[in-house]
Design a protein around this ligand. Sequence first.
Ligand SMILES: *Cc1c(COP(=O)(O)O)cnc(C)c1O
Length: 425
Amino acid sequence: MSRKQEIINSAIRANIIDENLIAIGVMDLNGLEKTVNDAYAAFPQNFFHTFAVKANALVNVLKPLREYGMGAEVASPGELMIARAAGFSTKDIIFDSPAKTMVDLHTCIKHNISLNIDNLQELERIDHLIKEFPKTQSVIGFRVNPQIGSGQIASTSTATATSKFGFALTDGNNRQQLINIYKERPWLNSIHTHTGSQGCELELMAGGVKVITDLAEEINALVGHQQVVRLDIGGGLPVNFASDEVTPSFQEYADILKATVPLIFTDKYQVKTEFGRAIVAKNGVIITRVEYTKNSGDRHIAITHAGAQILTRTVFLPKSWPLRVTGYLPTGEERTANNTELVATDVAGPCCFAGDLICVNQALPKLVANDYVMVHDTGGYYFSNHFDYNSLPRIGVYSVYGKDDALQIECIRQADTIEDVLNKM
Ligand SMILES: *Cc1c(COP(=O)(O)O)cnc(C)c1O
């Protein structure tokens, strides 16, 4: 039996999606563990993998990720709180944000939380804080924009000439200025770049890593010892949303990195990664129920409870973030072309605007009311990030662990029923 079939069966057995609870997110912890193991297996000992908390900021997802050996990359006080609640020690947390306040910076340096400086104004603030906390254990680096170009999705391309992130390395004499900055500050021990994520070619990402590695080598040669000890190679790996296949794999990325920057595969530098989507996306699904169906203008329309409120990116930017769906009978049997007629279908969500569609005009086995719809690859940036939690709190989140009929399903975030909502008033 496929894993997805096991998951839907156990959700039905546990009676989780009923009249009140109409969409759930499910995280597969066995899958998550395997993915983290794959990441560690692809790279040598000098690599430390942190998880970009924004990709799935749920304590009960972060806890297992910590147990599987990851650190945490956070970008706000809220994410920091969640990472601490999940048990990450401050030394395994890095704070990256282009908008850190003075209070954020003070707290990080005081508590030995590592951080990357985004710009020259932030550097000035850190200069003051280092005088106040000269013994801080924070590993401090500069975020560099290698300005090497864009991937296919503008909003996830961080290394364009005009990106809002980091210090623009190729503008004017910025490179020399940055080298001088390091030379004057022996506490600058790391260099960070984040070269993109979804839609970016691996070669583009590896090119960004090469730029900062060369820079680190130049700085170290100039100061005469290894001042820069850590390379922070941010940027997530793209995820394949078109099928269950994991491509690119961590191994493919490692192979390209090794060919482009062999030095980081020696133990000269500590190398820190920041994967988000590639760790969680394929280990999570959303399951929702078909409430009604209708036919409009020759289109079969299935109205479900998963729309813009939990599939935000896909609904607003369907071309950049297409998702696959699979239908199941109320018994859990998968609808396929063998047991059900194919019809041109829109799968819609519950929100009150016409664009609230999970997929448009797809030839799908005909869905009927009370069927289940699984939305694949939604373990990152979807059910953990829905924008409307307060006004539509009926989405529960579960984790599964184990195998076959013994698959354990556990609630990791409770959902309120409409009755609960009224009773809270
Ligand atoms: C979002 C983010 C990541 C992770 O990106 P994914 O595409 O989810 O893998 C890594 N590093 C930083 C600094 C980020 O902001």
